[in-house]
Design a protein around this ligand. Structure first.
Ligand code: TYD
Ligand code: MG
Length: 445
C-alpha cells in the first residue's frame, strides 16, 4: 500500500471539497464554512481477488431484528434494532440522547454483549447515571476513549454485538491532521466503525449533536453513511419525541413519545389524547380547533390554537413554529379569498398544544377553523373535530385514513366532525359535510 497526503478544503456544512479556499460554498451556498483539512489516501497495490456470489447462496439471516427493550424506540426503528445496522441518533445537547442510549444498552444487555463508548463523560459519570436509572451495572461495558485505533482494537478483541458511540463529534483518528468534530474526522471515524460493524454483525449507534437549525453539526454526508437516522425533538416540557428521518429498513413516519422522568425516559404507551387538554365547557374558547392526525400506525387528536391581532407594523405577519408558516399563510390567503375573512393586515399566531410539530396536510381545515374562530371571537363546539386539505380554489379535499381519524375521535368522546365527505361511517360521530371552505366556516356560529 502507498500513502499520499493531500491538502484540501472542506465545507463544514455540506462536506463539499475543493482544492482551494472558497468564501462561499457552491453546493450549499453558506459563507465562510471552508476549513483546511489533510486527506490521506491509501492506494492498495498488488492483486486482490474479489468475487461475487449468487443471491441464493447468501446465508439467510434468521434473526433480522431484535428488540431494544424500549418499545417506543423499536417503533421508530421499524420494529426493533436491525442486525449489523448503523443508526445516527441526533438531538440538541441535554435532550436525552445519552440517557436513552444507556437505557437501550441495559435493555439489550440480557441477551447481547453491549459496549458503551463515552468520549464526553467519564466512566464514573456514566456509572452514576446508570445507577440513577436503576440499570444493571454488571452487564454493560464502558470504554472511555476518543481515539479510533484503540476503539477498533477493543471492537476486534471483545466483539460486542451492540456498540454505542457517544458522541460522533468526539471521535478522532490520529493521522488525519484535523481536530475531532471536523468533517473529515467524523466521516472517517463513522466509516471505519460502520464497516467494522457490518463485517462483524455488530449494530452500532452514533450519537450526534445537532445545531440550532436542527441538523447534525457537520455534513449531510454522515446521514448518507448510516442506515437509519433518528432525531430527538422537544415537545412541551419533559416530553420528547423521536422521529426517523431516514430508515433503510422501515418507514419514516412513526414517532416515539417519551416523558423525561427522575428515572430516565419513559415511553408513553397510549398517546391518542396525550396532546389535548380535557375541557368541561360545551364551547371552546375562541381560536381553538381539534384535528386528528396520523403518524405511522397511530392517530392523535391535537389542539390547534390561533390568535389574530391587528398587525403592529401595518403588514400582517405569521408566527408559527409547530406548523410550517408558509402553510399557515396559504390557509390565511384561502380564507381571505374564499370565505371573506380579511387577515392581510393582521398578525397571526399559531400554536399546537403539547408542542408537537404537525406536518399532516389534514390539519389545514382545522387551522382555517381556528383562525376563523379567533377572528370572529366565536368558540367552536368542544365535541367537534375537523380534518381536510384545502385547495387554492377554496375546496376542502378528503384526506387518507378518514376512518382511523373518526375512530380515534369517537374513542376520545367527540360527537361531530367537520369533514369534506363521509363514507360508511360506523363511529356514531355526526358528520358535518363541507365541500368548500365557505361552508366549513359557517359551522362556527
Ligand atoms: P442527556 O441524556 O445527558 O442529554 P444528551 O446526551 O442529549 O446531551 O440528558 C440530560 C438531561 O436529562 C439532563 O438535563 C438531566 C435530565 N435527566 C432527567 O431528567 N432524568 C434522568 O433520569 C436523567 C438520567 C437525566
Ligand atoms: Mg450526552
Amino acid at each position: 500500500m502507498s500513502k499520499e497526503v493531500t491538502t484540501g478544503f472542506v465545507c463544514s456544512e455540506c462536506g463539499y471539497t475543493s482544492t482551494k479556499w472558497l468564501g462561499r460554498c457552491p453546493q450549499c451556498g453558506m459563507w465562510n464554512t471552508f476549513t483546511e483539512e489533510k486527506a490521506i489516501r491509501t492506494h492498495k497495490t498488488g492483486t486482490e481477488v474479489a468475487r461475487s456470489s449468487v443471491l441464493s447462496a447468501v446465508p439467510y439471516e434468521a434473526e433480522f431484528r431484535f428488540e431494544s427493550g424500549i418499545s417506543e424506540l423499536d417503533r421508530v426503528l421499524g420494529g426493533g434494532i436491525v442486525h449489523a445496522s448503523s443508526v445516527l441518533v441526533g438531538g440538541e445537547p441535554g435532550i436525552g440522547k445519552s440517557t436513552l442510549m444507556l437505557q437501550v444498552a441495559a435493555g439489550c444487555s440480557a441477551r447481547r454483549k453491549v459496549l458503551y463508548i463515552s468520549g464526553e463523560e467519564s466512566s464514573s459519570q456514566v456509572r452514576q447515571r446508570a445507577e440513577r436509572l436503576g440499570l444493571d451495572l454488571n452487564r454493560i461495558n464502558i470504554l472511555c476513549e476518543t481515539k479510533l485505533e484503540p476503539i477498533l482494537y477493543v471492537l476486534d478483541t471483545e466483539k460486542p454485538q451492540i456498540v454505542i458511540a457517544d458522541s460522533l463529534q468526539t471521535l478522532e483518528k490520529d493521522d488525519i491532521g484535523s481536530s475531532a468534530g471536523s468533517v473529515t474526522q467524523m466521516r472517517t471515524c463513522c466509516m471505519e466503525i460502520t464497516s467494522h460493524a457490518k463485517a462483524n454483525g455488530t449494530s452500532v449507534f452514533f450519537i450526534g449533536h445537532v445545531t440550532k437549525e436542527g441538523v447534525i453539526a457537520g455534513p449531510k454526508i454522515i446521514e448518507h453513511m448510516v442506515d437509519t437516522v433518528i432525531y430527538f425533538e422537544q415537545a412541551s416540557m419533559g416530553v420528547r419525541l423521536v422521529r426517523a428521518v431516514k430508515n433503510r429498513f422501515g418507514s419514516v413516519d412513526e414517532i416515539g413519545i417519551f416523558l423525561m422522568t427522575s428515572h430516565g425516559l419513559e415511553g408513553v404507551a397510549d398517546p391518542a389524547s396525550f396532546f389535548i387538554s380535557k375541557r368541561e365547557e360545551t364551547t371552546l374558547p375562541p381560536g381553538i380547533a381539534f384535528t386528528a392526525i396520523v403518524e405511522g400506525t397511530r392517530t392523535f387528536i391535537v389542539e390547534i390554537q390561533a390568535l389574530v391581532t391587528d398587525g403592529k407594523s401595518g403588514i400582517g405577519r405569521v408566527y408559527s413554529d409547530k406548523i410550517d408558516s408558509s402553510r399557515v399563510l396559504r390557509v390565511a390567503a384561502i380564507l381571505e379569498r374564499h370565505a371573506g375573512i380579511l387577515l392581510a393586515n393582521k398578525d397571526i399566531y399559531i400554536n399546537v398544544a403539547g408542542g408537537m410539530k404537525v406536518n399532516d396536510v389534514s390539519a389545514e381545515l382545522a387551522i382555517a377553523l381556528a383562525l376563523k374562530s379567533a377572528y370572529s371571537d366565536k368558540g367552536i363546539d368542544s365535541k367537534t373535530v375537523s380534518f381536510g386539505e384545502l385547495s387554492l380554489a377554496g375546496e376542502v379535499r378528503p384526506v387518507g385514513f378518514a376512518d382511523r381519524r373518526m375512530k380515534a375521535a369517537a374513542e376520545m368522546g367527540f360527537t361531530s366532525a367537520i369533514i369534506p365527505e363521509s363514507r360508511n361511517n360506523e363511529t356514531g360521530i355526526k358528520p358535518k359535510i363541507c365541500g368548500r371552505i365557505r361552508d366549513a366556516v359557517n359551522y362556527i356560529s
